[in-house]
Design a protein around this ligand. Structure first.
Ligand SMILES: *Cc1c(COP(=O)(O)O)cnc(C)c1O
Length: 361
């Protein structure tokens, strides 16, 4: 059977090379007579796999020994809780920029802890169709938290924001993790659910500066304590071993591809095909966000009517393109064009958009 062009928002497409390599090794990993799934996480074979995956994260982002990398469970959603639990000391206020559903969830978890939370800027006034360009921090900020790519609304931060010296910057990068070079040193912490850009679900990748990690609250429940996870090399309990192995394969694929500059080039080319099809459609397709804030990862657009949107999605499916239905909060269509989506898929969609418009405008 042919593989589809997969525009799912997450879990999402993985590189074919990675799937084939995992398939070849699934039954008998490197001649060891067992699958990675069946290995003890305490074995030296598995230790080699996880160590290589840590090393690849560090190489790709150019992280030195002053950074800790963790592979945790509970998804990005548990980070919404763990971050404020650890990093709002007495007398300080957590600051958030609200750019959509995921930011709101992060804010809501912090508030549930009963700690002081300040929303430094929001784009809710225009249904999250843009990224705020200015923000006002509270007194004594504990940190500023941003969502660098808004998976549902289709906006993306194009810059790594500069904030006052001494204020830690924390980013939920779930949907644009490793999709382009960033100024990683501006951040104190970055986290990302693997299932958008770097693997299957079941693991959140956390990058955290060691000096920031050391400021975390003491005496937290063990599973919610970054320092315990760090001390135990993310093996305080059984980690998602197979997911981490697959992340390792995806990272190897990214490095072989040429690293973040090449990945970004490919992501720009894919997004360009689709945004051009929107912009050249005489208003048949309408982007839902400010042009300067358009995401390279999640491209959101509307058609003239819901009937046409449904027809568009079902016709696209007949031609082997799946996952194009927009999130219910925005409606319309969404094409997710993560790292692993091949250029040909974006090109095929753009050509389909042109012919669909010719038939139905
Ligand atoms: C998907 C997503 C999440 C939620 O991730 P889970 O791993 O399901 O908890 C959080 N933030 C962003 C930006 C996302 O795209």
């Amino acid at each position: 059977m042919e593989r589809v062009h997969n525009f799912n928002a997450g879990p999402a497409v993985l590189p074919e090379e990675v799937l084939l390599e995992a398939q070849a090794d699934l039954f008998n990993y490197k001649g060891m007579g067992l699958s990675v799934m069946e290995m003890s996480h305490r074995s030296k074979e598995y230790q080699a796999i996880i160590d290589e995956t840590y090393a690849a994260v560090k190489r790709i982002y150019g992280l030195g020994d002053d950074w800790e990398v963790l592979f945790l469970q509970g998804g990005a959603s548990l980070q919404f809780l763990m971050v404020p639990m650890s990093f709002i000391p007495e007398g300080k206020t957590a600051n958030y920029i609200n750019t959509g559903v995921w930011s709101k969830k992060a804010i809501s978890e912090a508030k549930k802890l009963g700690k002081p939370v300040h929303v430094a800027a929001t784009s809710e006034d225009q249904n999250f169709g843009y990224i705020p360009k200015t923000w006002t921090l509270s007194e004594n900020p504990a940190y500023l938290h941003i969502t660098t790519n808004n998976t549902i609304f289709g906006t993306e931060w194009k810059i790594d924001p500069t904030i006052p010296e001494g204020v830690p910057l924390i980013a939920d990068m779930s949907s644009n993790f490793m999709s382009k070079p960033i100024d990683v040193q501006k951040y104190s912490m970055i986290y990302a659910g693997a299932q958008k850009n770097v693997g299957p679900s079941g693991c959140v990748v956390v990058l955290i500066k060691k000096d920031f990690l050391a400021t975390g609250a003491a005496n937290l429940p063990s599973m919610l304590d970054y320092q315990i996870h760090a001390k135990n090399g993310s093996m305080y309990n059984t980690p998602p071993t197979f997911t981490i192995y697959l992340i390792g394969l995806v990272l190897k694929w990214i490095e072989a591809y040429g690293g973040l500059p090449k990945v970004e080039q490919n992501n720009l080319a894919k997004a360009d095909y689709i945004y051009k099809a929107i912009d050249a459609s005489d208003g048949f397709y309408k982007g839902t966000v400010a042009v300067e804030d358009r995401s390279l990862m999640n491209i959101t657009f509307r058609l003239p009517s819901e009937e046409l949107e449904n027809l568009f999605i079902s016709e696209a499916k007949k031609q082997g393109m799946i996952g194009l239905k927009g999130h219910r909060d925005v409606g319309g269509c969404r094409a997710s064009t993560y790292n692993s989506l091949p250029l040909i898929a974006a090109h095929t969609l753009a050509e389909f958009m042109k012919s669909f418009k010719e038939q139905h405008a």
